[in-house]
Design a protein around this ligand. Structure first.
Ligand SMILES: [Ca+2]
Length: 353
């Protein structure tokens, strides 16, 4: 079983005495740490000694229910911002949702959102009055971010230069257009579009999940929300802890598998699960029966169930997903939707053994 992890390479010492210390750039909360030696000094013998130093950690978490939006009002009505540093962590099972949004009457805007499991940053520092130089800039990062795991985002902007960091990956880009200031009016909102109070604003959905340690230009937004210094009136129930999901996705890397004990006395098998994959072929499930086998496979993007009972003649039953099989009523366009949980297979196969 492979779970997404923070992977980082550290350079160690090159002699026997010196100590090399690394400070982690981002906070990591973990129960287990795994170190994999990649290389060693050619002059010495192989050896490895590591010490880990932790620190006290206060989780500043807010649960977003898909309704509530945090509105951070600026002290001045109009803000002309040359430099931005925005940092937060998020965790969600939803593929779409607005994480933050701000806009101004001059046409400037900044929007960070999840779209189809990817992180999309859209920023516009202004277009000229003739519209011949357009400031709209759009950059996306990551994939499969609706995986119920924490992800770290940092946006650092100085004039038109932007560093956009997701977990360990930083992209540098320059915004389009010819302006340097982000002109925003009134407020910046987190978790959705401002004033909406609705789960869907236009074609944009509010964020549903958890955010932690939201920091905007030195202001700790999560702490301001706790102290009621920002507008959180759109929340039905504002909670400062993460409501854990009942769904636990498991990733398989092509060689790993999950094995569950069977139940001998039962003559029925019921199976249901959701999956997503980039591959169009693979074994989804296998079970040896007392007298045969049950197999669920992906073949050319279609799901097939094979059941064979060896004692009887003509006992092999093959079902392909499609219109002929009432149990498998979904159309599996896996090549196009492979990365989305929407392309989910849902089975409930019950048959006498
Ligand atoms: Ca501007």
């Amino acid at each position: 079983m492979f779970l997404p992890l923070y992977l980082q390479t550290f350079t160690g010492n090159s002699n026997t005495e010196s100590v090399v210390r690394h400070n982690l750039q981002h906070t990591i909360v973990a129960r287990f740490l795994c170190f994999i030696p990649l290389d060693w000094s050619e002059e010495g013998r192989i050896g490895l000694r590591i010490e880990i130093y932790g620190c006290s950690y206060w989780a500043d978490v807010i649960n977003f229910d898909g309704q509530g939006v945090i509105s951070y009002r600026f002290k001045m009505k109009k803000m002309k911002i040359l430099k931005d540093v925005i940092a937060l962590k998020f965790k969600t099972g939803e593929s779409d949702g607005v994480i933050l949004h701000g806009e101004g009457q001059e046409g400037d805007y900044i929007t960070l959102e999840l779209r189809r499991g990817r992180l999309l940053l859209q920023i516009n520092l202004g277009s000229n009055q003739y519209g011949s130089i357009l400031g709209h800039t759009s950059v996306s990062s990551g994939s499969l971010l609706d995986d119920h795991h924490w992800h770290w985002v940092v946006i650092e902007r100085y004039r038109r230069n932007v560093n956009f960091t997701l977990d360990q990956n930083t992209q540098h880009f320059r915004t389009n257009g010819e302006f340097d200031h982000l002109d925003l009016d009134y407020e910046l909102s987190f978790g959705g579009m401002p004033y909406s109070g609705k789960p869907i604003s236009g074609d944009r959905r509010n964020f549903k999940g958890c955010m932690e340690s939201i920091n905007y230009n030195g202001e700790n937004i999560t702490d301001l929300a706790r102290r009621k210094k920002v507008d959180t009136s759109s929340f039905r129930n504002l909670t400062f802890s993460c409501v854990e999901s009942h769904t636990f996705p498991v990733s398989f890397n092509g060689t790993s598998f999950l094995q569950l004990p069977g139940r001998r006395e039962h003559n029925m098998v019921s199976v249901s699960f959701q999956f997503r994959t980039w591959n169009s072929n693979g074994l989804l499930l296998f079970s040896a029966l007392a007298d045969g086998m049950l197999e669920l496979t992906l073949k050319d993007g279609k799901v097939a169930a094979h059941i064979s009972i060896t004692q009887q003649k003509n006992s092999r039953v093959d079902m392909m997903s499609g219109t002929d099989v009432p149990l498998l009523q979904h159309s599996f366009g896996l090549r196009h939707h492979a990365f989305m949980w929407k392309s989910v297979a849902y089975y409930n196969i019950i048959f006498p053994i």
